[in-house]
Design a protein around this ligand. Structure first.
Ligand SMILES: N[C@@H](CCC(=O)N[C@@H](CS)C(=O)NCC(=O)O)C(=O)O
Length: 231
């Protein structure tokens, strides 16, 4: 039985793209928060004129329309969803925990995002081996992930902000593009059990899994990595 959707005070439209990790942040938040919204896929290789003229002259996704107004930048559009739907419990109530959760996504950007940038944006899949050092540095900020930050039953905003990158790193690791040794070590070495359990729970959570088309994303990443290697 699916729960009735939360109707926001004003209609929401999300201009998104199935392969964009930034846009996925807001798509996941809206899905996890069970809010009614309209999803509009934008072909980034062939952006419609109406998108550039009427929606976002900057041409980027995500763009969120709330009533008649627009918001851009995924960190902001995603936080907007968390603020708009407090019943989704995306934000810790305690100010200190909230600050700690913000530090979690900040430290992900500091330590783990460079691994994503080098291996997936840069096409150097050998950089995936750097993940262990990055995890060692990141884990102290992943406080009480049982199963999610601070014992939350659902991924919190900070975790949703990093989820698209975690899911894409794992997608590459599981595929023929990445190194299976890295995945084996992550999934069997007790040293990485805490991170690996958190990461796999995050990837399997309904908002993340329900918005992640693995086949389309893998094809996109494989093409990207192969073309970067060729150059
Ligand atoms: N800083 C932006 C980055 C968004 C972004 O780079 N989106 C890409 C797709 S993954 C995009 O729209 N690219 C189209 C373009 O730059 O023309 C955010 O966090 O929202």
């Amino acid at each position: 039985m699916s729960l009735a959707k939360i109707i926001p005070p004003k209609p929401i439209k999300l201009y998104c793209c199935i392969i964009c990790p930034w846009a996925a942040r807001t798509w996941i938040a809206l899905t996890q928060a069970n809010v009614e919204f309209e999803y509009i896929e934008i072909d980034l290789k062939n952006k419609p004129d109406w998108f550039l003229k009427e929606v976002n002259p900057g041409g980027k996704v995500p763009t969120l329309k709330y009533g008649d107004e627009y918001l851009i930048e995924s960190a902001i559009t995603t936080e907007f969803v968390a603020d708009l739907v407090p019943e989704a419990k995306l934000l810790p109530k305690d100010p200190f925990k909230l600050a700690q959760s913000r530090l979690l996504s900040d430290r992900f950007s500091e330590f783990l995002f460079p691994v994503y940038r080098k291996s997936i944006y840069g096409g150097d899949v050998s950089a995936l081996n750097d993940i262990f050092d990055a995890i060692d540095k990141f884990v102290p900020y992943l406080v009480n992930a049982k199963p999610f930050f601070d014992g939350s039953e659902v991924p919190t905003l900070a975790e949703l902000l990093v989820a698209p990158f975690v899911s894409r790193i794992y997608l590459v690791l599981e595929s023929d593009i990445g190194s299976k040794d890295v995945l084996t070590k992550l999934s069997t070495d007790p040293k990485y059990a805490y991170f690996h359990t958190w990461a796999t729970n995050l990837i399997a959570s309904p908002g993340v899994a329900g918005t992640f088309d693995k086949a389309v994303n893998l094809a996109h990443l494989a093409e990207r990595i192969t073309s970067l290697k060729a150059n």
